[in-house]
Ligand binder design. Structure first.
Ligand SMILES: *Cc1c(COP(=O)(O)O)cnc(C)c1O
Length: 397
């Protein structure tokens, strides 16, 4: 192991990846610049075809961001004023922001303590709760989030959705390529709900050189509507059937993403390898046995099928989390908290009427979770250094 002075572990380092792609990437970007065709067009269409195939869905619609993909999905489903949507309070703001932005009410459902995903045991209660809490609204949809890169329990969520006649939009912003062992065979993130969304924010497993997102669906009518909404609701330019917006994906982003998509499975395997190595190092450290640290649980396993958990984040639960994070920072190690304040307790949602202790698992997780560096190019030395610094921090506890 290298000496401490030389060791720096950034939370995410995209420059290594760029160096390996530079030649091909620069050429591809220059091609777009030379064509002077920047909006939608062939690059976007090609990316859409590749991602529909990658996620095993029929239709893909490239949009301006993951957040906009959520908004356009809800708009395509006709969700707005007078409707309510169930999701968890333990997600990136955009999931909930989208619901509010289309004029619908948010109904929260707590998470499962092992997976951090929507707890199917609490879902039906949340649906009933929504009807009580928002008497002027009708629950119309569920947005499960495949948090950190592992699918929510879609069989059970889909069963509840079917029982109450609700639509399902999968928020797969962190879970491109993640598999799920459904009762009807292995499924892909985005291929289980009525619609699914991806984000190409640079820190996601497939990240662009700017913002971008994608909507995936098997349903032709929803795909058509999303496509029209993406261009201000006009199927024929300047003749508007719907009120949409500018939700378009840029050609340069689509070109960048096509170059990267060819490497995605390789990067995912490296993330998984890194996760397994952290699991081992943390086990060997004794921190798990002593109950100080808990490692993430990949709950779906089936021989021969990789990619159940795609580890956009490797998130541990840790005692004295904030102090640990500061200590790691002082040792040159980056880490992050996703997410420090549950969404039901955010100032901007105070009018929803939720209070502390309404979602105990979410609130507990907010105080304990810490994401460690997990990017594909992370070295063995760096991982050993991270865990040895954690051991140092807890020495004597
Ligand atoms: C990143 C993310 C989004 C939003 O994606 P953007 O492309 O940044 O708008 C939505 N939901 C979740 C869970 C995310 O992690």
């Amino acid at each position: 192991m290298k000496t401490e002075d030389a060791m720096r572990v950034p939370f995410l380092d995209l420059t290594i990846q760029y160096k390996t792609l530079k030649k091909e990437m620069d050429r591809k970007i220059l091609d777009v610049v030379e064509s002077q065709k920047f909006i939608l067009g062939q690059e976007v269409t090609e990316l859409e075809e590749k991602l529909a195939s990658y996620t095993k869905t029929r239709f893909a619609i490239g949009v301006s961001s993951g957040s906009d993909a959520l908004i356009v999905s809800l708009m395509s489903l006709g969700i707005g004023k007078g409707d309510a949507v169930v999701t968890t309070p333990f997600t990136f703001f955009a999931t909930v922001g989208a619901i509010v932005r289309v004029g619908a009410k948010v109904v929260f459902c707590d998470i499962d303590e092992t997976t951090y995903n929507m707890d199917p045991d609490k879902l039906e209660e949340a649906i009933h709760d929504g009807t009580k809490k928002c008497p002027d609204s009708k629950v119309k949809a569920i947005i499960p989030i495949h948090l950190y890169g592992q699918c929510a329990d879609m069989d059970r969520i889909s069963a509840s959705a079917a029982k109450y006649g609700l639509s399902v939009v999968e928020d797969a912003a962190q879970a491109i390529g993640a598999a799920y062992p459904s009762s009807s065979g292995t499924k892909n993130a985005c291929g289980m709900g009525d619609m699914g969304i991806l984000s190409f924010f640079p820190s996601k497993n497939l990240g662009g050189y700017g913002d971008g997102g994608m909507i995936l669906t098997d349903k032709e009518d929803l795909a058509e509507k999303a496509k029209i909404l993406r261009v201000h609701g006009a199927q024929n330019k300047y003749f508007h059937d719907l009120i949409g917006g500018n939700f378009r994906l840029d050609a340069i982003q689509a070109a960048v993403l096509q170059v990267k998509l060819a490497h995605l499975d390789d990067w995912t395997r490296k993330r998984q390898k890194n996760a397994i190595f952290y699991d081992k190092l943390l086990k060997d450290s004794g921190l798990i046995a002593r109950g100080i640290v808990k490692v993430p649980q990949a709950v779906y396993k089936q021989s021969g099928i990789p990619n159940y958990h795609v580890y956009n984040q490797y998130v541990v639960r840790a005692e004295k989390r904030d102090e640990l994070q500061r200590f790691l920072g002082s040792k040159g190690i980056g880490s992050a908290v996703y997410y420090p304040l549950s969404l039901h307790l955010q100032n901007c949602f105070s009018s929803l009427g939720y209070k502390e202790r309404d979602f105990p698992e979410t609130e507990k997780a907010s105080g304990e979770v810490l994401a460690l560096p997990i990017f594909p190019e992370l070295s063995v030395d760096q991982q050993e250094y991270v865990v040895s610094c954690m051991e140092e921090f807890y020495k004597g506890t």
